[in-house]
Design a protein around this ligand. Sequence first.
Ligand SMILES: [Zn+2]
Length: 162
Amino acid sequence: MTDNPSVGQCDCGATAGPLGVCVDYYHQILAEEQADPQMYSWHAPVVCAYLLQHPSGAPQKYLDDQFRLLQLYLDKGLDALLRVAAHQVARNSHRAQSGYDMAPLAPYAPLPPGGAPGHFRATFCGLPFRDGSFVSDGHPAYGRHIEIIAEATVESWRSAQT
Ligand SMILES: [Zn+2]
């Protein structure tokens, strides 16, 4: 009687999962990865994909870099992404006036100007969460889920442009 199908829809178009909408999953991931260095390896693609799937609350000026970082991740893999991300963090911590080193991201497509897509084929609230954990099936399985979300994110932004 209290079921209401209009409740539990996320900004990204996804239907809420057992933990809630994507922001609930996102906060749970951030909490769990703090205590799990291996899971934290996927922190950068998690943040980029989450913000690009929910851009209304994100600083617009970083979305273009984040879109390119996801493309680099899908193209070159996690290690390549971590090298670029670590380099950027190091530069920021030294207050480099030049800001981000865009060289590794330059070959990738800029963020399409058309605005946020309203649908993604893979979302955060679709992530499996069992026994109080995102990595109960192991870290490689978690990494594959994040990669699929990253692919879905880039794919929808690209197709939203046309
Ligand atoms: Zn969402």
